[in-house]
Design a protein around this ligand. Sequence first.
Ligand SMILES: [Cu+2]
Length: 316
Amino acid sequence: MLHGDEQHDRRQKRSFLRAALGDWHGNERVVGMKIIRRLNMGFKKLVGLIILMYTVMITGALAALPREWQLGVPEPVSPVAVRIHEFHDYLLWLIAAISLFVLVLMIYVCFRFKASNNPNPTKTTHNTFIEILWTAVPVLILVIVAVPSFKTLYYGDRAVDPDMTIKVTANQWYWTYEYPDQKVTFDSYMIPKEEIDPKTQAYLFSVDNPLVVPTGKKIQLLITSNDVMHSFFLPSAVVQIYGINGRINEAWMQIDKEGWVYGQCNQICGINHSAMPIAVKAVSEKEYENWLIEAKTKFASAPPKFRVASTIENKQ
Ligand SMILES: [Cu+2]
């Protein structure tokens, strides 16, 4: 036996279905709107479910990776990146204002001076005031772009009073990370496709030995190469600097939040150029200290995977 409310519900559903299937009694538009509303609600639930599944899926190491349909630039993780993003937004407003001004001006000119509105055009060829204006204003605009641009450039160029130094050496095709103050050196290789654990790792991003750094510390990065030119590129920290044999380049980063930061070599450096990702793991200071103790024993006994030119030389 059905209760009154349930009976009422079922009757409503039946009448809705009848209406939807073509038994159009009453106002067709209202029924149509109802169908759209129902479909809309279903769609919203579906989108909600997908977002929920996605959030659960991309937790942990995979959260820092680029996503399908991602909009905008990667979230900044370092003070230099924050400044660059601010500068980017500032420029965006500036160019939007300039574009809008030019557009309005063009539309105005098109209508105000078209043949029917302006049958006797003026023969004026020079106007000193306007000529000074259209020279001075762009110069002024360039100055207000250049000043914050140089400030940002110099801010990211060199670490002032860094807390620690990491030397990054690029090799065909892996990275060598060295913590000179701690006497820790190790190689970082990409994990091959067949060994990837899809739950926690991503092919072309995950490595066997990530670059572990403490959060909140200003890290000076010294970048060089053992062979051809490479580039140490961490988009979300806005670090992009060449590794050149016989030369040391400098950059810095300070990652304030625990988590992963991914990057890759972005200077074409040979057949396995795509197989030298950079994985940075930012951890708390305590965790970093523990990792250091572990790393000192782990990498002291690990034999080098490759005999590079410098190793051979040292042995002679
Ligand atoms: Cu490379």
